[in-house]
Design a protein around this ligand. Structure first.
Ligand SMILES: Nc1nc2c(c(=O)[nH]1)N[C@H]1C(S)=C(S)[C@@H](COP(=O)(O)O)O[C@H]1N2
Ligand SMILES: [Mo]
Length: 323
């Protein structure tokens, strides 16, 4: 078997292929008899992304008062074809191309650690634990690009209440599925699997922190972390663990995948902060995925625009040290 270990420091930043160029290249490659047939049968999306829009089902939700208003939504096509999901490969197009092999049923989420009693939630009952809301959030990747995504889910706090954490629980750790038979990137990408992320308890209990099951009007496409992920809108995207199978309540700050990989580049807190640059690039501005060229760069907002709601969580903390 060919094992390719990617350069662990090779997080592309400035050299990310513009979406438009990517689309054109794909369209070019897909051209020909098969592409033409797909176009005739199914329309443009199927032509541009043959067999890559993974099976989802419609998911009903109610609009949430916690939605961010006044923003232009990123297209479904961009949200599902410009991804980071290293279990399926290191490049932005890899998750869409490879995540079809992920099996999202049956799916269980185990709860353990500092809780009254260990519990296991079946995904279908987890989705019914609380009414599903549609929440539009800004989404900011540490690589200095951003999207606006209409997620579907409910506040993680609703789930945490059902877990009966003990007072000794100070942090929550999220662990993603670690199955190389479904996730080809696990063998080829040099990260410490399973993907691990964590939040301080008060961050996890904040109403904006979303346990997420869908986007737009449907269940999460595999490449976006089906069947369940976390979304923390004021933090860099890597804090939002995908395809979660275990939630662990712990006493001490848990280890996290990107902090393990390069602790000087990716801190535990990773709050979006225009005043604290990544060692290899600026965080002052961000590239808006899908925007026309002349509107592509915008200033980065403190806490990704959620400062009014979350700045209090970090009162008295030096955010340059606690990056
Ligand atoms: N399990 C897992 N979760 C993950 C990642 C990953 O590689 N594996 N990448 C993170 C990063 S860096 C980002 S920016 C977001 C991307 O989410 P999206 O592809 O749905 O936009 O997922 C995060 N969650
Ligand atoms: Mo990211």
């Amino acid at each position: 078997m060919l094992i390719r270990k990617s350069d662990p420091n090779a997080i592309p930043s400035s050299e990310i292929t513009p979406r438009s160029a990517y689309m054109n290249r794909r369209a070019f490659m897909a051209a020909g008899a098969a592409g033409a047939a797909a176009l005739a049968a199914g329309g443009l999306t199927e032509f541009l992304h043959p067999a890559e829009v993974h099976a989802t089902t419609k998911l009903a939700s109610v609009p949430s008062p916690l939605s961010t208003t006044g923003l232009k939504l990123t297209s479904f096509d961009d949200i599902t074809h410009y991804n980071n999901f290293y279990e399926f490969g290191p490049n932005k197009g890899d998750p869409a191309a490879n995540a079809g092999s992920l099996r999202t049923r049956p799916w269980k989420v185990e709860v353990e650690g500092e809780v009254k009693k260990k519990k296991t939630f079946d995904i279908d009952s987890l989705m019914k634990l609380h009414p599903l809301e549609s929440r539009v959030y800004r989404f900011r990747c540490v690589e200095a690009w951003s999207m606006v995504i209409p997620w579907i889910g409910y506040s993680l706090s609703e789930f945490i209440k059902q877990c009966d954490p003990l007072p000794s629980a100070k942090f929550v750790q999220f662990l993603s599925l670690d199955d190389p038979s479904q996730m080809p990137g696990i063998r080829s990408v040099n990260l410490d699997w399973p993907y691990s992320e964590g939040l301080r308890m008060d961050e996890a209990m904040h109403p904006l922190t979303l346990l997420t099951f869908g986007l737009y009007d449907q269940t999460l496409p595999n490449q976006d972390g089906a069947p369940v992920r976390v979304v923390v809108p004021w933090k860099y995207g890597f804090k939002s663990a995908k395809s979660i199978v275990k939630v662990k309540f712990v006493k001490k700050m848990p280890h996290t995948t990107w902090n393990d990989m390069a602790s000087n580049e990716y801190g535990f807190y990773s709050n979006v902060n225009p005043h604290v640059d990544h060692p290899r690039w600026s965080q002052k501005t961000e590239r808006v995925i899908g925007a026309p060229i002349w509107k592509q760069r915008q200033p980065t907002l403190m806490f990704n625009g959620y400062a009014d709601q979350v700045a209090g969580l970090y009162k008295g903390m030096d955010l340059k040290k606690n990056y």
